[in-house]
Ligand binder design. Structure first.
Ligand code: HEM
Length: 406
């Protein structure tokens, strides 16, 4: 048995802005020094795919450490701190279970599939507006898609999209652990809260009939029957906005980069929506934006190492699919890759907090890739791209492209 403090662990400078440009190289070096664990100034990083899975299956011994993140950022008692500590994913076990059982039954593949025509209409509208430009920043284009879908899902006024998009951008960077972002974060969370409270109040004043039912009605109705408080209801809708925005945008943007590097796969995506499903699953293995975190809720002995209670563990899901021990030829992007049931990507997490919006996210990504590939022909890189900070919602910062219009 070994004490955590006695291990000779590699150090990861995750807060160095340069880290986000090449985390894979840092993690590859870390793997050579220790098979599954590294240390950073903000906690420990579990970097092996199978170790992440094994620990997530012990999630009754872990608890989401949003309070720890809020404390590290000195934000306790602020509007952003309150939201972060009380959002669905951060709640104590019983409260989380109530919310999860109230809403999970509604977030089915069938519900996501029923939204596909609306998703196609939304992406077509955006493509009609953007494609005639012939060149643009694909990240900027991609940023309009998930938020436009979300606005339609809850019947929010479209003239508010641009403002809230900027706020969601700010909120998505919260977990990059940079205290200088705090004033902007506070303003953004308050604006989002006001938007959501207005939406709920307006819906109570003007209820929809059955034919008009949307996600907001579903959530209000389920919340009322499940005894969910008004505050929790508003927090949940705010969480949907935040959870679905730059995750989906960053995956779509990185997928475009992969497609430019694999033009044959891109051509097939234009023709075959089923192939888009495979391409998106492979893209989520190759790249995903998330790093999640937990405190050990009790002492845990894992692979002969004693992890004391309240150890802060980070799980960089974003790099998990490139672990060469679990994914043969892991650096090769291949939508035809055979999927090993014991080594599926974990872009949507695992265990009791696994992404509630995963079917909606998949449907959005598949539909958009199919239509983008039809309308944005032969895309080429048209300048430099950059990287977003790690371990926040990681991904590309800007992706300038030029193309011929289809
Ligand atoms: C590609 C897009 C997305 C990715 C990669 C993603 C990823 C994740 C991950 C990794 C988690 C688990 C976090 C943890 O265990 O700490 C999660 C949770 C969650 N996600 Fe997503 N997500 C995406 C899109 C969405 C969308 C579109 C929605 C809502 C419409 C959504 C709603 C949620 C919710 C409600 C949870 C918390 C579930 C719980 O605590 O029980 N996500 N997501």
């Amino acid at each position: 048995m070994q004490a955590l403090a006695d291990l000779d662990l590699p150090y990861l400078p995750v807060q160095d802005p340069a880290f986000g440009a090449d985390p894979m190289a840092h993690f590859a070096a870390a793997r050579r020094q220790h098979p599954w664990l590294a240390r950073a100034d903000i906690g420990y990083f579990v970097h092996e795919y199978t170790a992440m899975r094994e620990l997530f299956w012990m999630d009754d011994k872990l608890r989401p450490s949003f309070d720890g993140i809020v404390a590290q950022l000195g934000a306790h008692g602020t509007p952003w701190g309150r939201f972060t500590e009380e959002q669905m994913i951060a709640l104590p076990v019983a409260e989380h279970k109530l919310l999860r059982t109230t809403f999970a039954a509604r977030f089915t593949p069938r519900y996501a599939n029923a939204l596909r025509p609306m998703m196609r209409e939304t992406i077509t509208g955006l493509l009609d507006e953007w494609v005639p430009k012939g060149r643009f920043d694909f990240e900027e284009f991609a940023s309009w898609f998930p938020i436009s879908v979300m606005f339609r899902l809850v019947g929010a006024p479209v003239d508010k999209i641009a403002g809230i998009k900027t706020d969601l951008e700010t909120l998505g960077l919260a977990f990059s652990m940079d205290k200088t972002r705090m004033p902007a974060l506070q303003q953004s969370i308050q604006r989002l809260d006001a938007l959501v409270q207005d939406l709920i109040a307006e819906r109570h004043r003007h209820p929809h009939d059955e034919a008009q039912q949307d996600l907001l009605d579903i959530v209000i109705e389920a919340g009322a029957s499940g005894g969910i408080s008004q505050r929790q209801l508003a927090d949940l809708i705010m969480f949907f906005f935040i959870a679905g925005y730059d995750t989906s945008k960053n995956v779509l943007t990185y997928t475009m980069l992969l497609m430019m590097q694999n033009p044959e796969a891109y051509r097939r995506c234009a023709e075959d929506v089923d192939y888009c499903r495979r391409a998106i699953e492979e893209a989520l293995r190759y790249f995903n934006p998330g790093t999640t975190f937990r405190f050990t809720d009790q002492e845990i002995i894992f692979r002969d190492v004693v992890l004391p209670k309240d150890t802060m563990l980070f799980f960089p899901l974003s790099i998990s699919g490139r672990d060469p021990d679990s994914f043969p030829d892991s650096e090769r992007f291949d939508p035809e890759r055979a999927i090993d049931p014991n080594a599926r990507h974990i872009a949507f997490g695992l265990g009791k907090h696994m992404c509630l919006g995963q079917y909606i996210a998949r449907a959005q990504l598949q539909e958009s890739l199919h239509l983008v590939a039809q309308r944005i022909r032969e895309p080429q890189l048209d300048g430099e791209y950059g990287w977003r900070p790690f371990p926040g919602t990681w991904g590309l910062k800007g992706l300038p492209i030029r193309f011929s219009a289809g």
